[in-house]
Design a protein around this ligand. Structure first.
Ligand SMILES: [Zn+2]
Length: 57
């Protein structure tokens, strides 16, 4: 029976680590708010580089 509990513990730890990783990456993406196309930091605003590129074309 102990082996089962150890297995459950390891499974929970792996799941928690995966969830933590997902939250961390999504949070970082949310905070940085970089342009998806060029990676320029826009702070949630429209990307000036891509916007000028649009108008030039
Ligand atoms: Zn851009």
């Amino acid at each position: 029976m102990v082996v089962i509990w150890i297995g459950i513990g390891i499974g929970v730890l792996i799941a928690a680590a995966l969830i933590y990783k997902i939250i961390k990456t999504s949070k970082n993406e949310y905070i940085s708010l970089r342009c998806k196309r060029c990676g320029f930091k826009t702070n949630g605003l429209k990307c000036p580089i891509c916007e000028t590129e649009k108008t030039l074309r």
